[in-house]
Structures are given as C-alpha cells and as structure tokens.
Design a protein around this ligand. Structure first.
Ligand code: MF3
Ligand code: CO
Ligand code: CO
Length: 271
C-alpha cells in the first residue's frame, strides 16, 4: 500500500495516517476492548458502577497504559458508565445495579501515545424484551455505519445508514453527541454524525481514523445534561443504548481497532 500521503490534513481538518500509525491504533484498541471483555463478568445485580470503574482503572494501570478520561476536562474516572436512561457520560458512583439494568461502559486508553476508544452494552442479570430490542438495534446500527466505511463514501453515508436503520425500527438517534476523529489525540475532526444524508459531508479516504458511536433511544431523541455537568439523560426518561468502535479506513473498506478478543461485544454473547 502507498502511504506517501501520510501526515496530510484534508481541507476538513482530517489527518491522513500511515501504516505504522495503524499498528499503534491496533494496540490501543485491543487493550480497550480486552478490558471491556474482562469487566463483563463483574456486571451483576448488586455491584456498583464505581466498583466496575475501579476494576477498569486497575487494568489500565496493570497494562502500563494511561486512561484518557482521567483528567480530561476535569473528568475523574477511567470509564463512563451510563445506566438505563443515561445516554452517555454517566459518572461511576455508589449506586447498585438492579436485575435487568442495561449499561454502556465506555473506556478510552492511551498506549504509546495512541488512543483506543470503545464502548458497549452490558446487562445486570436478565435482559428484558424491551431492552433487548433496543440493544440489538443499536448494535446493528453501528455495524450499518461501519459497512458504509470505504474510500469514496462520505460521512453523510455513514450517518444516513445508521439513521435509516434505527428509524425503520421506530427508535430515535441522539443528535446531541457524535463520533470523532482520533489518533494521537482523543477528539479531532471530523464530527461523525449518526444521522444525515447520503453523499454529503467529507469524503472518506484511506488512512483516516475515527470512532462511530451511535446512541439510540426507545423514545424521543432529546437529551439533557444533569447538574453534575456530565451525565446526559433522555429528556423523556426512555431507555438509551450505545455501542462504539474505533476504526481506520483501508483501501477496500474498514479495519476495526476495538474488536472484542473474546467475541463479547454483544451483551448476549453467552446465549
Ligand atoms: N469516550 C467518550 C467518547 O466516546 C468520551 C468520554 S470523555 C469523559 O468520546 F470525560 F466523559 F470521559
Ligand atoms: Co468516542
Ligand atoms: Co468512548
């Protein structure tokens, strides 16, 4: 593959990386994914989200890596844990999980300067029918977006694929948060919207890195941020779900940096 264009920045401010940079992203992504695999067995009724966060912080440290979130804009934890109607940026705390609670755990690690950012859904105890549908549609919506990743497609194609899928299932895509470029920084251009129109927005090129991380609500898409300045919840208190992968654009499509090594990305992996 030709990577003589490495280091270029597109007119939209998107960095074009190199083969060596892919290796860095693979390592960072693999660690974040492995930590989420390992936290899965701790997600049971009666545990607290701060206990889960403590495990994650310890794993990051044991791996000799750095948490990207501790100290980020004053955030103090190694993960965001968003339970039920929390859309994203839930702060780990002493509240205990109940049977049937669904939660997103979002981890970003830094390995050799590269950022690996991934999140997925977990369930404490038994998944309800209603939550199962939401989780499945959100998971599949992420993959609809990922399938639209290839050189020549646009970011609007990704957003459109996600939105069309979610709305066909009579659920809604959150507009207030988006995916993002990343690499040696946590958040870089572009904003990766999870809704949009085909053939609009920046054109995807080989060697770009970004996240896709759709948040889907069973009810309306509107969110609000609580007084802690972090926790985003659905305004109508409906359940919300999210899955996130960090990806790179390849000559013929996409490489997912944050694949689950144990095949545990989906919360019903055991069934
Ligand atoms: N990992 C989140 C993302 O997907 C960002 C979390 S920032 C934090 O972009 F400070 F809330 F941790
Ligand atoms: Co992200
Ligand atoms: Co994330």
């Amino acid at each position: 593959m030709d990577d003589t264009h490495q280091g270029r920045i597109t007119k939209e401010g998107i960095r074009i990386y190199s083969e060596a940079d892919f290796a860095g992203m693979r390592k960072a992504g693999a660690l974040a994914a492995r930590i989420l695999d390992d936290v899965a067995e701790l997600v049971v009724p009666g545990t607290t989200t701060e206990a889960l966060d403590k495990f994650i912080e310890d794993e990051v440290e044991k791996a000799g890596a750095t948490s990207a979130t501790i100290g980020y804009k004053g955030y103090k934890h190694a993960s965001c844990i968003s339970v039920n109607h929390v859309v994203c940026h839930g702060i780990p705390g002493p509240k205990t999980l109940k049977d049937g609670d669904i939660l997103n755990i979002d981890v970003t690690v830094i390995v050799d300067g590269w950022f690996g950012d991934t999140s997925r859904m977990f369930v404490a105890g038994k998944l309800s029918r209603k939550a199962e549908r939401l989780v499945q549609v959100t998971h599949d919506a992420l993959f609809k977006g990922i399938e639209a990743v290839k050189p020549g497609n646009t970011f609007g194609d990704i957003g459109h694929a996600i939105q069309a899928y979610v709305e066909a299932h009579r659920m809604s895509v959150v507009r207030d948060f988006c995916g993002h470029g990343l690499g040696r920084v946590f958040h870089a251009p572009p904003n990766v919207l999870h809704y949009g129109r085909r053939s609009t927005g920046a054109v995807l090129e080989e060697w770009m890195f970004f996240t896709i991380e759709p948040m889907v609500n069973l009810g309306r898409p509107e969110t609000k941020v609580l007084a802690d300045d972090w926790t985003a919840v659905t305004r109508d208190k409906s359940l919300s779900a999210q899955f996130e992968h960090s990806v790179g654009v390849t000559a013929d499509g996409v490489e997912i940096f944050t694949l689950s090594p144990g095949n545990k990305f989906h919360p019903t992996y055991t069934v």
